[in-house]
Every structure is written in structure tokens, then in C-alpha cells.
Design a protein around this ligand. Structure first.
Ligand code: PLP
Length: 349
């Protein structure tokens, strides 16, 4: 999280991995809609209903959490005991490793190969598994590459997990930015536990509206843990999240078209540069190219110093010669950011 929290913000922040902030004051909200009415609202039903409706699950499969971050932590805290063997994809979103490590997991890794577009390969997972594996953790879309794992691969991983009584935790915070609609993996079987939020794809990170989808039995155990961590979510945020769900088409707005356009710009840019290797971006809000110029920390430093622009150096994803960039900005800004990236790459040649 270092680059996100402690570095000075840049005008052209290709470091970002979410859609531009959605303005709640563009929705018909009255202050009375946020009335606290003096009560606390355990397991606030209207929000769980809204999530259940959108993701086509039953309400007893939905657990609320503060963002996908807390959803991941609560899910892992329910599924992992100290010493348990846990398999985590590589590269991955670092806090997934941090949470599993904090819970005392014995972490093993399975690779997603750059040369294969970081696709999820069940054969690699199979090789990395042992009969002690309790949990397999991955992201879909994949952070950082945005590779989409489709149903057949996910089903294969589910079968591997259930053959040894393990579960599969999938962080789906980017899934709703896939170019084609794909349902949550929770529909594929009881071994799947999925997390998500209104953060990345909806531009509403400030609401901290996250959730876990799981079997009712697991969901109940997760609610009990939630009672330890915070008892209830902040009620005005829950009310605002309900209003966001009621107006979800307006919240999404032109986001998918903007992403498609920016991905197209990026694909043309990457294709034309001899110093970058990247499969064409088809989905999502981020890409993870390889730079043939060496360690990309140098590229990020130079971009920041000279061009008021930033990317995420690949060392934060255990791949120092790659970097992550985000598509979540108006296309005119994205074009300017790419022009600055080109200038910086040229400087460093
Ligand atoms: C894979 C992944 N999960 C979770 C998060 C955090 O999501 P939230 O803001 O909903 O906690 C991020 C943010 O970068 C992420 O990339």
C-alpha cells in the first residue's frame, strides 16, 4: 500500500486502479435519507437485500464488511487457522499475503505466467497443492494484470479444492469491469467464497461498502467475527450504499465505454513501443506491462520527478521489471498521461 498512501499525489496518476470518484450529490439524496433514528442496525437488511439482488444470491449468503479489504480479512480469519497451508497466486495484491501471514498461515505460492498473459492455470495450482492445503486465494480479474479467469478454469480449481476439503477465496473487486458480464464464482459451488465492494468499478471507495458472498453456514460464522471487529457498519454509509444500489446504472454511467476507449489507446501505445511487452488489454482497469529497460522503480521515479505522472513499480508485485498502470481516468487525461509515459521511456532509453 506504500505507493498509494505515502507518495505525493501526481497530476497524471496512472497508479490508480479505480474509476473516477462518483459524485453522490448527483443522486436524489435528502439529508433525511441519512437519518440515524437512534438505532443501531445489526446486519442491515436493506443493504444485504440490495447486494443479494444484484449478485443473484440469497440474503443469508451476504456478509457486509468495510471494503473488500475487511471482507478479505474476515473471510480469511474464518477460513484459516494458524499453521494452515494456504496457496496464493503470484503476482498478487500484497495485502492478501499480509492478511494470510498475519493470521499465521503457512503461505505457498502458485505462479501466473507473464508469457501466458497471467492466465489462471489449474495445472499450476494442482502442482502447488498438497493434501494440507486449506485455502486457495486469487483475484479475478487478476490484480495487477486484469486477466479474466473464466468459468472452466474456476470450476477446475473448485474441483481441486473440494477434492481435499479446501476452499477458494476469490477477490472479485475488479470483476464487474470485465468487458463481458461474468457472474460471481460463488455460483460455482460451496467451496467458493467471494469478496467485492463498491470501490473500484463504481468509484465509491469512500463508502467502504464491501461484502463477502459465501454459503449461509460460512456467512453466519463471518457475521460472528464481524461482531468482534466492528459490530455494525457506519449507518449513514449503509444508507448511501443503498441509494447507490438503487441508482446503480447512473453510478456506472459511461464508465465501461471510457475504459474500453482507454484500453484501446493503451493497446495501440504498447503495440507501437519496442521497449514494452504486454498482451492486449481486454478487461478491467489496469494493465501490467514488462519494460525491457530494467527495474521500473527507475521509471516511476523519473515520471514523478520530470512529468508529474506516476505508475506502480513492479517490485510491489514481486516483479521489478513490470509496472502497473490504470485506465480509470477521462480519456483526454489518459492520452496526456501516455504522452508523458512515452517521453519518460524515451529519456531512459
Ligand atoms: C485486489 C484488491 N482487493 C481489495 C482492494 C481494496 O478494496 P477496498 O477499497 O474495497 O477495501 C484493492 C485495492 O487496490 C485491490 O486491488
Amino acid at each position: 500500500m506504500h505507493w498509494a498512501k505515502f507518495k505525493r499525489p501526481m497530476r497524471y496518476a496512472l497508479t490508480g486502479s479505480e474509476m473516477p470518484h462518483f459524485r453522490m450529490d448527483s443522486l436524489p439524496i435528502r439529508i433525511a435519507d441519512l437519518e440515524l433514528d437512534g438505532a443501531s442496525h445489526p446486519r442491515y437488511q436493506p443493504l444485504r437485500e440490495a447486494i443479494a439482488r444484484r449478485y443473484e444470491v440469497s440474503i443469508d449468503q451476504v456478509v457486509a464488511a468495510d471494503g473488500t479489504s475487511m471482507a478479505n480479512f474476515v473471510a480469511m480469519a474464518t477460513l484459516i487457522s494458524p499453521g494452515d497451508e494456504v496457496l496464493v497466486e503470484q503476482p498478487t495484491y500484497e495485502p492478501l499475503l499480509g492478511a494470510a501471514s498475519f493470521l499465521g498461515a503457512n503461505i505457498k505460492r502458485f505462479g501466473r505466467k507473464a508469457a501466458e498473459g497471467f492466465r489462471l492455470d489449474p495445472a499450476i495450482v494442482h502442482n502447488a497443492m498438497s493434501d494440507r492445503t486449506r485455502l486457495i486465494i486469487l483475484t479475478n480479474l487478476h490484480n495487477p494484470s486484469s486477466a479474466l479467469a473464466k468459468e472452466p478454469e474456476l470450476r477446475a480449481i473448485g474441483q481441486l479444492a473440494s477434492s481435499i476439503g479446501a476452499r477458494v477465496l476469490i477477490d472479485e473487486v475488479y470483476l464487474d469491469s470485465a468487458a463481458s458480464l461474468q457472474k460471481s464464482a460463488v455460483h460455482l459451488g460451496p467451496e467458493f467464497v467471494c469478496t467485492n465492494s463498491l470501490t473500484k468499478v463504481y468509484g465509491l471507495s469512500g463508502l467502504r461498502c464491501g461484502w463477502i458472498l459465501a454459503t449461509p453456514e460460512l456467512a453466519e460464522r463471518m457475521w460472528r467475527l464481524n461482531d468482534l471487529f466492528g459490530v455494525n457498519q457506519a449507518h449513514p454509509a449503509e444508507r448511501l450504499a443503498c441509494i447507490a444500489f438503487e441508482n446503480i446504472d447512473r453510478v456506472i454511467g459511461g464508465g465501461p465505454a471510457m475504459l474500453a476507449q482507454n484500453r484501446e489507446q493503451w493497446n495501440a501505445f504498447a503495440e507501437a513501443r519496442g521497449d514494452l511487452q504486454c498482451p492486449p488489454a481486454e478487461h478491467g482497469i489496469t494493465a501490467f506491462p514488462r519494460w525491457l529497460g530494467g527495474e521500473t522503480q527507475r521509471l516511476d521515479d523519473h515520471l514523478r520527478e520530470r512529468y508529474d505522472t506516476s505508475v506502480v513499480a513492479g517490485r510491489w508485485f514481486e516483479m521489478p521489471d513490470h509496472f502497473r498502470l490504470g485506465f480509470g481516468m477521462p480519456t483526454a487525461d489518459f492520452e496526456e498521461a501516455l504522452a508523458r509515459l512515452a517521453a519518460s521511456l524515451d529519456d531512459l532509453q
